[in-house]
Design a binder for this molecule. Sequence first.
Ligand SMILES: NC(=O)c1ccc[n+]([C@@H]2O[C@H](COP(=O)([O-])OP(=O)(O)OC[C@H]3O[C@@H](n4cnc5c(N)ncnc54)[C@H](OP(=O)(O)O)[C@@H]3O)[C@@H](O)[C@H]2O)c1
Length: 258
Amino acid sequence: MDLQLKGKKVLVTGGSKGIGLAVAAAYAAEGALPILVSRDAANLAKGKALIESTYNVACQTVELDLGAPQSAEALFAKVGNVDILINNAGAIPGGTLADIQEDRWRQAWELKLFGYINLTRVYLAAMEKQGSGIIGNIIGMAGAAPRAEYICGVTANAALMAFTQGVGATSHKHGVRVFGINPSPTRSDRMEVMMKNNAKNKLGDESRWTELTSKLPFGRMTEPDEIANLTVFCSSPLCGYLSGSVINVDGGQMFAPV
Ligand SMILES: NC(=O)c1ccc[n+]([C@@H]2O[C@H](COP(=O)([O-])OP(=O)(O)OC[C@H]3O[C@@H](n4cnc5c(N)ncnc54)[C@H](OP(=O)(O)O)[C@@H]3O)[C@@H](O)[C@H]2O)c1
């Protein structure tokens, strides 16, 4: 199937690792041109080398803290408009309301909540002016299936789901589609750290973290490639009527009996 993405410029925030790197690689596999953004130059260089050597496409990198003020404008000034923006960079800590004090809560939201909102504001305006564009938001199941022990992420994700639905409900008037994807636990560095913390709290031993994943649908976590392939398909012209929707990818766990 030709997803008609060859030569498209795709900006992927948090593209140096985990889901973001898998997303960038999946676009590159379709002949699109990824631009990776994150803070660590060494990881960016590794991601770029992997993509360029595997898929034979040019891959740009930008070293930037997307939680910093005016970072959205700085990124646009450096990269200019793109065909596809994937908002993915996020690092919200686990914990209950009592665990996460206001300064930590606000710091996490600067990246995952305001980072997505600010980049969407800047790129939506440019895409609407151009009359075409795609914005995909990698959000997270916790917004649809809230739980107290990840309350800061739950609340940001719920806001981003509503944001995606509201913005995507009118962006089509100017040829732009905005959609969201809610991954459930997905194998990445960040998730391994979170799972180890959960295992320490629930089983008293962080090395037993894989026992927690065996209870998930299909007996495992989601693979980054599964989220990446869905993201790429949703942004293809073959999926041209998708806007204002957020897709849950949780193997049905949300509706499963406990
Ligand atoms: N993995 C899951 O189970 C899961 C489930 C639901 C939703 N999600 C969401 O999916 C997204 C990706 O998660 P992941 O698990 O793939 O995370 P990850 O493996 O930790 O990767 C996060 C990426 O974001 C970058 N990043 C972090 N802070 C940044 C900042 N201030 N400025 C710019 N880049 C920054 C990281 O690079 P640097 O640290 O070098 O900057 C890295 O490239 C997140 O929004 C997360 O909430 C993940």
